[in-house]
Design a protein around this ligand. Structure first.
Ligand SMILES: C[S@@+](CC[C@H](N)C(=O)[O-])C[C@H]1O[C@@H](n2cnc3c(N)ncnc32)[C@H](O)[C@@H]1O
Length: 270
């Protein structure tokens, strides 16, 4: 079986991973045949998936630029994924060269590739940790050395909360992170939902089943459930909307219904 030099030792390349499937949707090269096979199965049900993912990345970049425009230069990006094009540190440091970015992911390929991309960047780092254990993230030496939690931070939970089951209490994890952040901090979230997707729920259910089968269940939440992650934050205009509707750079291209799937928003801690 193929095992390129970038694959960290110890990973099982016969089991698909969420981060490598996502890398494939985005046109990246850090994925294996098992990942591509799973991705193709998902796309049989939801053919417009790459459009959804591109809309998600574009939202993330606009939200980072918004944060910098609000004077925030510290970023904690949890579930950061395999770096591709237009990563948080590039956007943030492009707008504010002193910006500091800590990436966090529990996937070894995402962590290894982030390390490679960040080599020589003194203001950015990566931590292997799990969103379900926020205290580990907050107490990690990497967090203490890169981020000053007494000053506002932009916390990114972009396209990751839908991989946390209700039994793992994602609401509690977000609340613990929120409580550790200084007033004025921003929470940046995007999340998958059946609402707004231009397909019947049964069809999308087929895609969701693929993730269940690879033991990384995808939790589709309603707009109302997603809004609850912002408890303790005041929504920034225009609120929780479909991804392209969040402060678009250009007039909206309404022609692609897939891009309008899922919800995104930014909240400010009072
Ligand atoms: C769909 S990707 C999103 C990547 C990036 N945030 C973006 O939106 O472009 C989801 C990432 O979340 C990571 N992830 C899933 N569950 C996680 C958890 N409990 N803790 C940390 N990372 C997690 C996966 O490994 C994957 O890299």
């Amino acid at each position: 079986m193929e095992r390129p030099a970038w694959a960290p030792p110890g990973i099982d390349i016969s089991v698909p991973s969420v981060s490598r499937i996502y890398d494939y949707y985005l046109g990246g090269s850090h994925n294996f045949e098992v990942d591509r096979e799973a991705a193709r199965k998902v796309m049989e049900f939801v053919p417009g998936l790459p459009k959804i993912q591109q809309a998600n990345r574009a939202f993330m970049r606009r939200a980072v630029r918004y944060a910098v425009s609000e004077g925030i230069t510290q970023f904690l990006d949890i579930g950061s994924g395999i770096p591709t094009f237009g990563n948080v540190h590039e956007v943030a440091q492009g707008a504010a060269p002193e910006a500091r970015v800590l990436y966090v992911d529990h996937d070894p390929v995402a962590v290894a590739h982030s390390q490679a991309v960040l080599e020589g960047n003194a203001n950015a780092g990566v931590l292997a940790a799990d969103l379900r254990k926020p205290r580990d993230i907050l107490a990690a030496p990497e967090t203490g050395s890169l981020l000053d939690l007494d000053r506002p931070v932009a916390l990114l939970l972009v396209s990751v909360l839908h991989f946390v089951q209700d039994t793992d209490e994602p609401q509690r994890a977000v609340a613990e992170l929120r409580d550790a952040l200084a007033p004025g901090s921003l929470l940046i979230v995007s999340h998958a939902s059946y609402e707004g997707i231009p397909l019947p729920q049964e069809r999308v259910g087929g895609a969701v089943d693929v993730y269940r089968d690879i033991r990384n269940p995808l939790v589709m939440r309603t707009r109302e459930e997603i809004a609850r992650f912002f408890d303790g934050f005041r929504m920034v205009e225009p609120g929780l909307v479909s991804m392209p509707e969040w402060r678009p750079d250009n007039p909206l291209d309404q022609e692609d219904p897939y891009a309008f799937s899922g919800f995104a928003g930014v909240g400010r801690k009072a």
